[in-house]
Design a protein around this ligand. Sequence first.
Ligand code: LRH
Ligand code: MN
Length: 430
Amino acid sequence: MSYRIPDALIAKENARLTTAQDEDYAALGRRLERAGADIESITAKVAAFAVAVPTWGVGTGGTRFARFPGLGEPRGIFDKLEDCATIHQLTRATPACSPHFPWDKVDDYRELAERAAALGVGFDAVNSNTFQDAVGQKLSYKFGSLAHEQKAVRDQAVAHNLECIEIGRKLGSKALTVWIADGSNFPGQSNLNRVFDLYLESMAEIYAQLPNDWRVFIEHKLYEPAFYSTVISDWGSSLMAAQALGPKAHCLVDLGHHAPSVNVEQIVARLIRAGRLAGFHFNDSKYGDDDLDTGSIDPFRLFLVFNELVGASARGAPGFDPAYMLDQSHNVTDPIESLMASAMETQRAYAQALIVDRDALASAQAGNDVMLAHGILKAGFVADVTPILAEARRRNGGAIDPIAVYRVSNYRKIKATERPAVAGSSSGIV
Ligand code: LRH
Ligand code: MN
């Protein structure tokens, strides 16, 4: 039987922190009450908030230059599920994971579904992969996949996506995320208009096979691995495609997929207005698609994104049902610690956005009182909501301090004895 952190250890560690937590929570409650906010309703919302963990994120990540595997690396999807379950056991914020195929391919998906259920982990959107050539694959994706000039390659890519839908149905997933690397490195290499038509043609075949209660998430990305043009490079191309395909097609925002200084929260506002916001791949970045821990570089941007989400929910925006997922690469930290911290940072941005006095903000905006409006919004961001996040975890049976419990448990060292080191790739994101 592989090691699981005993719940008794969580209870023991929580007992050590309870007095301080109670004091801090009560003090924050009084402060928020003075500002007209009810801490209990915010804590209840945070306790119900969930963000999915990427299965490809629980192993050590790398770059094109190198990958330095850590101790107790997951050897496959069953180990990855264990680590996802540990993240949820301590944070109570990540009840589902988002798998990636063929990286998570197995022979028996019923066995996988049963193991996940036994670990208390569900499956969010499944991710297809036509940006690498899988072992035994007939035709290469070197020059593209769903938008490839050759029909046979497009058909192969469509077939892979249909296979992902079949796998997702067996796992209880309700969405397919399609990110393609298709693009060009030289002006003239591809016809910028024709490749979009080819993409739509292929996506229409995938769309036609979507179960009624499923959605397809189109993920845009400005560049990489293509360095001159990318077929679905921005939210405009993604929205054009979603509107051309039909109501089950939505636009997924990976925070790292934009040029530096792009106003991502405004893109979110536009996609919400169009009723096509699929959801997110949360991470952080300073330069490109750095896939750093969420909230680690620009927590204010994350807050501004959640401010749009809370605003949309408050006004009952039509078709507003975003899926929240992390998408990160952990090259120098323990992936479990990074994913726990990142899940908590998404909760933090959510709680901060819930504190914003929306009525006061609306009247300050209506009156063009710039400093007052900015101040009202900023008041949410500067509030230390740590006691709310800890209280939500404690009430859900999690740890007041997940990383402290994880370290006291020696989980990683124990996994290193259970999981003999496997030769991983010497470079690349997984
Ligand atoms: C592309 C991306 C996509 C995943 C991959 C692992 O950069 O964000 O969402 O398929 O990372
Ligand atoms: Mn992504």
